[in-house]
Design a protein. Structure first.
Lengths: 129, 234
């Protein structure tokens, strides 16, 4: 659903991130698409491919799109369960008191940027802003 | 020389919509305005149900409808004709409403005297509207008996995100192979606590349950301290 507008939104965010880090290009982007996000990974991939032509920043970028399964936490048996179907009742104890832990999101997880090197021969790792 | 920098972003790509929606929700709650988002396929009876029930509701409460459509102001005009205040949002092509559209529309609404209820009638579509929080306090999905009892299973996100289900056109159910209890069971698979109301705009079936739902949920909202109030107390 609306993968092109999502891809455009993502590219805007990447642009902002690149500016913040003074990055010259983006090497890799990891996205997580939840089973209930209404986003189709293949369509998102196609939309990103189309945008690649317009945006030098991501010309060589590898877009890794991971499927995230629907996982719920059951408040009664206090365990997490992966749902195999869209049925929001605990697969183990049949309780309706379940909360979605993952699977609804559309997440930009990691970005690998090429930045000006202030310390030669060093790879830096940064945690979330 | 260049270096590789890994940034663990962990950001929701729909965050701008959700941020605006959360802000709207709190703003409205602070004004004691209870907002309802109505989702359904085109032709399920959203406008007809509002035409039927809002004139009476409007005698007890201050009510406004935000009408969402791709084209025309027909629905807002229908509501005006029965004395209900309505503001038309025409998307010109977007098949769903988003929080920024609601925020823009709200800036044109005179809410100097706050509304008790605002109904957002979303664009007729069971797919995309499900993914966009509009800041509502109650999400209602409407399904008519002419549409097929298995629609909840076919449109999981719309029914999973809905707080209430309204089955519409129940007065003509005998003409169709539609079992209300089956549609309700399938909706509960997706949302165990979904409240179901069987309705007919023709006969008025479900009107009392609808008003009771609105009033009780609004009362619950008014009784809940807002996030900012709670933060103030902490």
């Amino acid at each position: 659903m609306h993968e092109m507008s999502i891809a455009m939104g993502l590219c805007r965010q990447l642009d902002e991130l690149a500016a913040e880090h003074r990055a010259r290009s983006i090497g890799r982007v990891v996205l997580e698409v939840g089973a209930l996000s209404n986003v189709v990974p293949d369509l998102l991939r196609e939309a990103l491919e189309a945008l690649r032509q317009e945006m030098p920043l991501v010309a060589e970028c590898v877009f890794e799109i991971r499927d995230v399964p629907l996982v719920v936490h059951c408040h009664d048996c206090e365990k997490e369960h992966r749902l195999r179907e869209f049925r929001f009742w605990c697969p183990q104890c049949e309780s309706p008191r379940v909360q979605v832990v993952s699977g609804e999101e559309l997440l930009l997880r990691d970005v690998e940027l090429e930045v000006p090197d202030t310390k030669p021969d060093e790879t830096q790792k940064e945690s979330a802003r | 020389m260049t270096a590789i920098r890994q940034v663990n972003v962990k950001e929701n790509l729909l965050k701008s919509n959700d941020f605006l929606a959360a802000r709207l929700r709190e703003q409205w709650a602070a004004q004691k305005t209870f907002v309802v988002n109505l989702l359904s396929s085109p032709g399920s009876g959203k406008t007809t149900w509002l035409e039927r029930t809002l004139p009476a509701l409007g005698e007890k409460y201050r009510v406004l409808v935000l009408e969402g459509d791709i084209e025309t102001a027909h629905d807002a005009e229908r509501l005006h004709a029965v004395g209900v205040e309505a503001f038309q949002i025409t998307t010109g092509g977007a098949c769903h409403l988003e929080a920024h559209m609601i925020e823009q529309a709200w800036q044109l609404v005179d809410a100097t005297e706050p509304y008790d209820f605002v109904f957002i009638e979303n664009v007729g579509n069971l797919v995309c509207p499900a993914s966009f929080d509009l800041g509502e306090h109650l999400r209602v999905v409407m399904l008519s008996v002419t549409e097929g009892e298995d629609k909840p299973t076919k449109y999981p996100k719309a029914f999973h995100t809905a707080d209430a289900l309204m089955l519409t056109k129940c007065d003509i159910v005998e003409h169709f192979d539609f079992r209300p209890e089956e549609a309700e069971r399938l909706a509960r698979d997706l949302r165990p606590d979904i409240v179901s109301i069987r309705s007919s705009a023709r006969t008025g079936e479900g009107e009392d349950a609808w008003v009771e739902l609105l009033e009780s949920r609004r009362a619950a909202m008014l009784a809940t301290p807002s996030e900012s109030e709670e933060a103030g107390r902490a």
